[in-house]
Design a protein around this ligand. Structure first.
Ligand code: SAH
Length: 350
């Protein structure tokens, strides 16, 4: 028997499933709506029980991502969620509430292969890829909470949780298609961002395949030698490879590029680094986000202090670079990538 999430399926695929189980095609549209609402088989009021029974017997799951923990920041409106997957694995996500809408940061893998030197997600390597339905399921689960101030539900998505989205290419592409389907969650394509450590071939391929999320590049260093020290992927792709890939992406999609630069005390936060960084992005239609590094105990690196962050920012501004300091949201709830999942798993093991 297969064990497949219905959220992995497009409407057209559900139609095929319905027909193969001897049902009318229109039942698939009803099913598709329930799945997008996170309703279990029992709650699918307008579907015959014979159909939902057949689905369950054939190994289709109506829900596959359950909220497992909820941690509210006292400092801002951020909520961190832990989700449990059908096989018991745990991933995490962050909901950030802004005036203009609700942004959910979703995970794309359990663990990560990239092993960046400051990040908690890669500490145990890659455990497995998430399916499209498991990424979608995070959005569905948060929407289904119906928390009053999430009334409008999730309006914006950033693929910035644990994992490297472009290392799980096919599932992430299917997720991008499903999440913006007008008949389903209908999240505007313009409101979706993807963050990558810079897998250049895949950046080009994404544009070639017709996807256009806002491309966010985790740069974190202004030159290759420093980048190699903090991000192993820099041994495969140089900064100039990244720049040519994002130019290609911009030309094809018209979407402005964003660079993330996590500031590590005494490492990448000098005046010299700011000058080099301004040169790297010269002439590009882009924006730089500076983020003071969140401290991760196992990694032992500290974030730059406020004074250095703002000095760095003003040096960039003087060079005409568009730059902001991003608030490090939810730092009291282990807001950074992979931190909370690890803490909870470790406590369970103790
Ligand atoms: N793999 C993707 C997306 C996941 S991480 C990527 O590399 O972009 C999302 C962002 O958080 C990345 O920019 C990542 O470098 C950053 N990040 C990871 N750990 C961090 C930490 N401890 N403090 C601040 N930013 C961190």
């Amino acid at each position: 028997m297969n064990d497949v999430l219905l959220a992995d399926k497009s409407l057209e695929e559900l139609e095929e499933i319905a027909i193969s189980l001897g049902e009318k095609k229109f039942r698939a549209s009803q099913l598709y709506k329930w799945v997008a609402k996170g309703v279990s088989y029992d709650g699918m009021k307008n579907l015959p029980k014979s159909f939902t029974d057949k689905l369950a017997e054939s190994g289709y799951r109506a829900r596959g991502v359950e909220i497992y923990g909820e941690y509210k920041s006292k400092l801002d409106g951020t909520v961190k969620y832990l989700y449990k997957l059908a096989d018991g694995n745990i991933v995490e996500g962050v909901l950030m509430r802004y005036k203009y809408g609700n942004t959910l940061c979703v995970s794309t893998q359990v663990g990560c292969r990239m092993n960046c030197s400051f990040c908690a997600s890669g500490l145990d390597g890659l455990i497995r890829n998430l399916t499209a339905g498991e990424i979608l399921g995070q959005v569905i689960a948060v929407n289904a909470l119906n928390v009053t101030d999430v009334e409008r539900g999730v309006t914006n998505i950033v693929l910035m949780g644990s994992g490297e989205p472009l290392d799980n290419y096919d599932n992430v592409c299917k997720f991008l298609t499903l999440v913006s389907d007008e008949r389903g969650l209908n999240i505007s394509k313009r409101n979706i961002s993807l963050s990558t450590c810079g897998l250049c071939d895949r950046i080009r391929q994404l544009a070639d395949d017709g996807y256009s999320p806002t491309m966010t590049i985790s740069l974190h260093a202004p030159n290759d030698s420093m980048r190699k020290e903090i991000m192993p992927i820099a041994k495969r792709y140089s900064i100039s490879d990244i720049i040519s890939a994002v130019k290609y992406y911009f030309d094809k999609t018209g979407r402005r590029i964003i660079f993330e630069y996590s500031m590590i005390a005494g490492k990448n936060d000098s005046e010299q680094c700011a000058r080099e960084l301004a040169d790297v992005v010269k002439g590009l239609s882009c924006h730089i986000n500076l983020i003071p590094l969140n401290y991760v105990k196992e990694r032992g690196l500290s974030g730059s202090n406020k004074k250095n962050v703002y000095r760095f920012m003003s040096l960039l501004e003087k060079q005409g670079v568009s730059v902001t300091v991003r608030r490090s949201m939810g730092s009291d709830i282990d807001g950074a990538c992979g931190q909370l999942r690890r803490k909870v798993i470790k406590n369970e093991d103790d």
